[in-house]
Design a binder for this molecule. Sequence first.
Ligand code: ZN
Length: 242
Amino acid sequence: MPASSAPDASLVLFSGGQDSTVCLAVALARGGRVETCGFDYGQRHSVELEARKAVRAAVLEAFPQWAERLGEDHMLEMRGFGAVAQSALTDDRAIEMTDRGLPSTFVPGRNLVFFTYAAALADRRGLSRLVGGMCETDFSGYPDCRRDTLDALQGALNLGMERDFVIDTPLMKLTKGETWALAKQLGGEALVEIIRKETHTCYLGTRGDLHPWGYGCGTCPACELRKKGWDDWVAAGRPAAA
Ligand code: ZN
């Protein structure tokens, strides 16, 4: 068990989706050791969990310069939390807006719990940077995705665990189009192709046909957001981030 943590070693909260795959590339491009963790909280669809393996394998194959620093993958069992914090992601309720102005996909406190589990794992693994794909720019206004929330949580974790964790959210200010541009900057068209073909974002767990922007039902809020980001990026000429 490491007594101290390496400042450049990262733990990426990795769901197998577009955003967390770009976060994985950010961490690998930055340097240092990188491990990944996922959360099994009783999601309706195991396709998301399968995508994690496929994305990691594709990254290892396409980027040998990163492969030697990509370490273990950890799956954290959180079905108890899923049972308490029921939402459209963990049971069969419809995806709709609720009276609170939040989508029924909102899982109360999810990122607070995820980062607390991730920090406990990172403490044991000697990892100091917790990387997550939260974004407040064009998502649904989930209050636990906001940077203010995560700043407060970072302070609480460091007080409570006597560590110097950094909660790193490289996508926080980016639009979905800019996230594609960041992927191209980090890993070129090879990474763009991995994201298109291997990541999973659809709320309904549908793989379906391969659209220009990837697999998915094409009509749920997550697919619509992903498609719009892709279309914006294509309309801008498929740039790499500066
Ligand atoms: Zn969908």
